[in-house]
Design a protein around this ligand. Sequence first.
Ligand code: GDP
Ligand code: MG
Length: 437
Amino acid sequence: NLSERLDKIFRNLRGKGYLTEDNIKAGLREVRMALLEADVNFRIVKNFIAEVEKRALGVEVMKSLTPGQQVVKIVYEQLVNLMDTEGFQFKVFNNRLTKVMLVGLQGSGKTTACAKLAAFYRKKGIKPMLVACDVYRPAAVDQLKILGKQIGIPVVSEDTKNVLKIADSALSMADKEMVNLLIFDTAGRLHIDEPMMEEVARLKTHIKPDYIFFVADATTGQDAVTIAKEFYDKLAFDAVILTKLDGDARGGAALSIKAVTGKPVAFVGIGEKISDLEIFYPDRMASRILGMGDVLTLIEKAEEAIDMEAEEKLARKMLKNQFTLNDFLKQLQSIKKMGSLESIIRMIPGLGRKLPADLKIDDKALKHIEAIIQSMTEKEREHPEIINGSRRLRIAKGCGLSVTEVNRLLRQFEEMKKMLKKVNTPQGRKHIERMMG
Ligand code: GDP
Ligand code: MG
């Protein structure tokens, strides 16, 4: 796993009071290996390492950082550069219809992403509509209809194989219904083939989309990148939706796609649920890759689900390290509203990356944690440090769970607090520097 590898390399570097050219080079050799093993495109790795080395050996010395920290900072910044989204911004126009088209191979997650995008923007007060232009598999149209029904967003479909006709009906329907955002799902094959590409190209010419998103399955690593390049050459898409990031332990696609296609990742899919879609932020991704957790995304998700004022208070407490088990309990209870529990847990600093990639967390775990905290006294919740052996036993009995489970929860809570303590600015960007101290 890339995060773990890098973490180890950096721990080594950080431990050194000063760095010589030799141990920088040795460290970067390991970074290079780690990136290659993470399935990052080899040419990108080569440039990346050259750039980091140039900067690390060069004059860029900041007094506040040790040389080891300096290297980590440079690697972080270069990772952010690699995934840079500058120059791209997805915007739904407010004075006219915004047309979006999703393209990609079969199984990459297009249909799911259409529904996720629609739901995501409807929450922002936008009126979306979906268009079923994958006419080759009857199941594809049904799938989109089912998703549309599930989230209460209309789906345009027609009993014809002529996608241009379907597009025309959708356009007039959108006009009639005063839709703001029209999302076209398209056909994909298992491999790129000419007729498919041509059909999608024809649809593009016909509807003149404002945005074309290439949907890529992150778990396919460099294959996704190669295919992205081919799609780009034919369709000149605007940005990428990288799906199944939840199942991608390596990060190769996320790190390579921009450098290879010139187009950034705009959104990521992090699970099968409709709510498992996020805007892509290179700095957060870089932090995640470097194993620093993802406080910003976590806070953003929370803001959506929880009432802002309570959340702000909580965030302040978290940052001041006055976060108690009571807060933790409240937080857990609102997590239920935030989508997949697993995706949230994975973002908790220091905790997420320790979880094995194939671990599945179901809501039972949440219920257990709730039960444990609810068996504690008010004082114990506010001051968990007083929870000694006999208290643990009593708590375990009270909730009908084992002492081991109580211990685990307390340990995780402590770990979370420790990590939060290091992130003492709400602008996670700056936390990196401190994290390295
Ligand atoms: P399409 O053929 O490109 O339209 O792909 P689908 O939208 O039908 O998705 C293929 C499969 O991938 C489905 O089982 C989806 O539930 C699953 N899927 C899509 N996005 C994600 C994601 O972000 N994470 C996970 N774990 N599964 C996803
Ligand atoms: Mg589909």
